[in-house]
Design a protein around this ligand. Structure first.
Ligand SMILES: [Zn+2]
Length: 517
């Protein structure tokens, strides 16, 4: 029962915003963006951030032990003539658990007749306990030897729980058999032990220090997310891969797709250790919880929460602060021009409809979650959502319960807050502070490609090829983060720039200069 559930971060809109705003080195960067193939002629975002196939749905219902709904789905397939032995077997289990014992016995016999041969699994399966004492069950077990002799195990379908969960690590290792080297292979590791982190397996091409930094970040994030929303760690092994640029094409369809979580494969792939990794990592833990509880939260919640964690910071007291990112101004413009989608319509969107309008909706849902967090209602909202998921499929009553107000009133306060807050400074103008460099993404930072005339970074001793990963205490893992870090600089106020040169990590103070001087 391996199905398809896809989560994808599409940062096309961020990149386009970055084009408009120009970047780090302003003029030169802007020019290089225009020649880059990624954003200029980008088609509208395709649907399919999340899809649930009928097989995925059935698998989820069975795992959540929602046998009533699962049985109805299976009955429909059997009515259509499907005689798949595992389907019949699972149906027998569901019927047994629903107390329909005669039907369960009949179905059990049918599954054996259809070719089900995994009697060991049958004997070990607690779900069949209610029919264990029946004549049919005994007869099947007595006939087992004869059946085994007639039908060799080659045709035996495997039982459900084992077969439904892939092993993403074995798959990855067989696809990438090379030993880790600076130019090849992957470095493997797993999350914090004793805390469920063993089930998170990391595969990255980062050097040792960057890898350790990434791991610390994810461990800390996982602890927070589990405490705030998701509870238990994933039950299955999940792979988290920071993919080599050469392998990116295989896992991420297009250059502007920065990351993807594919739940059916238990695999997260990200191009860098920054925003997209954080975004997809929220999906990963969220999916584990939804699967455990048999819930499926609306797309605006899934994407809103994931987007929220693209930019956050833990304060000394352990609480979390969310920073506006490039999406904020996009959302704010929509609110100001009254083109933002109304919450009642937004909440009801299917995953497919959401993705068709992704460029508008990602910024909006992130701003909604920023608002929830600001109002200190985020965790309460999520708790309400989990409590009412079956009666409140679009999440609107969870919002009303958390805020104690009608939805329209909360929405109204959100739009006022958006307007009052004002646009964030994400652009770089002629007289803004600048480091005077052009950069490329480098997985866990940005690599200096060239210097502009009278470059502050060059004057401070940085070189072409250095990989910057921190500016003024703020992590810089990609060009978007570099843009925001540079927007915060003040002319002539020195800032510490951390970077990697060959295998060493170095720090230099850089005194930003006015752009264009
Ligand atoms: Zn997403």
């Amino acid at each position: 029962m391996i199905g398809r559930m896809i989560h994808r971060t599409n940062f096309a809109q961020l990149l386009r915003a970055a084009m408009v705003a120009a970047m780090v080195g302003a003029v030169l960067i802007a020019a290089s963006f225009l020649t880059a193939p990624l954003a200029a002629a980008d088609p509208p975002s395709p649907p399919a951030d999340i899809r649930e196939s009928p097989a995925d749905l059935l698998d989820r219902l069975l795992r959540a032990r929602r046998f009533d709904e699962a049985q109805r789905l299976m009955q429909r397939r059997m009515d259509d003539g499907d005689r798949d032995p595992v389907l019949l077997y699972n149906s027998a289990c569901a019927l047994a658990q629903l107390g329909q014992l005669q039907a369960a016995e009949k179905r059990l016999l049918e599954c054996v007749k259809a070719g089900f041969r995994d009697f060991d699994a049958m004997e070990a399966d607690d779900d069949l306990e209610p029919v264990r004492a029946s004549h049919t069950y005994e007869a099947i077990m007595e006939a087992r030897t004869a059946i085994d002799a007639r039908a060799p195990s080659a045709v035996a379908p495997r039982p459900r729980r084992k077969s439904s969960v892939p092993d993403p690590v074995a798959q990855w290792k067989s696809d990438h058999p090379e030993e880790y080297r600076s130019d090849k292979g992957y470095r493997y590791d797993h999350g914090e032990e004793g805390n469920g982190g063993e089930n998170l397996v990391y595969a990255t091409f980062l050097d040792e220090a960057s890898h350790a930094r990434m791991k610390r970040m994810l461990d800390e994030l996982a602890t927070h997310l589990r405490r705030a929303y998701f509870g238990k760690p994933p039950e299955d092994i999940v792979l988290v891969a920071i993919v080599r640029p050469a392998d990116a094409k295989k896992y991420l369809e297009r250059p502007e797709v920065r990351g993807m979580y594919l739940h059916s494969a238990r695999r997260l792939v990200s191009r860098d250790a920054g925003q997209s990794l954080q975004h997809e990592f929220v999906h990963l833990l969220h999916f584990a919880q939804m699967e455990r509880t048999g819930q499926r939260h609306p797309i605006w919640v899934q994407e809103g929460l994931a987007s929220l964690y693209e930019d956050y910071e833990f304060r000394a007291d352990g609480s979390v602060e969310f920073h506006p990112n490039i999406r904020f101004n996009i959302a704010r413009r929509q609110v100001v021009s009254k083109t933002a989608k109304h919450w009642d319509q937004l909440f009801a969107l299917s995953g497919e409809a959401f993705m068709q309008d992704a460029e508008r909706l990602y910024p909006e849902v992130r701003s909604i979650f920023e608002f929830f967090a600001r109002e200190k209602k985020l965790e309460e909202f999520y708790r309400q959502l989990c409590n009412t998921a079956t009666t409140d499929p679009d999440g609107s009553s969870a919002v009303e319960k958390a805020f104690g107000e009608p939805l329209a009133r909360v929405e109204d306060r959100w739009s006022k807050w958006m307007i009052e807050r004002g646009a964030i400074d994400d652009s770089i103008d002629q007289n803004d502070a600048s480091l005077g460099i052009t950069v490329d993404d480098a997985g866990d930072g940005v690599r200096i490609r060239s210097f502009v005339l009278k470059s502050a970074a060059k004057a401070a001793g940085l070189r072409v090829g250095d990989v910057i990963f921190e500016v003024g205490g703020a992590p810089v893992r990609n060009r978007d983060e570099m843009q925001l870090a540079v927007a915060r600089l003040v002319i002539s106020t020195p800032v510490e720039v951390k970077f990697r040169r060959d295998e060493r990590e170095l720090t230099l103070p850089v005194s930003p200069r006015a752009l264009g001087r």
